[in-house]
Design a protein around this ligand. Sequence first.
Ligand code: ATP
Ligand code: MG
Length: 189
Amino acid sequence: MGGTFDPVHHGHLVAASEVAARFDLDEVVFVPTGQPTFKLDQDVTAAEHRYLMTVIATASNPRFTVSRVDVDRSGVTYTVDTLRDLKTARPDAELLFITGADAIAQILTWKDADELFSMAQFVAVTRPGHALSVDGLPGDRVHVLEVPALAISSTDVRARAHAGQPVWYLVPDGVVQYIAKHRLYRGQS
Ligand code: ATP
Ligand code: MG
């Protein structure tokens, strides 16, 4: 499951858990992006913070792991590179790339889009407020899954932290504490 995870929240975790159950996955690898392609104009929190929050959030689930492939690769993160690196680390694995309704809509604009579909299947999870458009995507490689609607976004969590409002129960407890400890999101509006 790829994402900026700035910060990781319960919407991500529920989506991952649902996909894991439905597709009977052995493992869900959370892959925090390095420099996100679609957020080049935004201030994104340092990769190490986003990586560590994702580790904290997933630590208690034996099937959830976190990969550093994107945070350790320099430059902009492209999903084709993510999939290549994961495939190298797990040559025998069948890969499913989990992503949200908003991201799948952009998939055809991703680098090496044709190659992507040969490297992995794609699971698009529904997300409140985002219509899911899979028109024009190969139906045998792209699956759509409805997950229980959690109207949580990292944008909202950051805005709350910035305004001094509580983020308890939107993100895992350890992530609440990590945000406070490192005073994340205080300087952004
Ligand atoms: P931001 O608001 O900064 O864009 P985000 O909440 O969208 O953050 P991302 O890290 O961009 O989080 O999300 C990673 C993936 O998880 C995306 O494909 C996104 O669609 C999906 N996702 C995020 N929040 C939810 C949610 N509440 N329910 C289902 N999917 C979600
Ligand atoms: Mg997003």
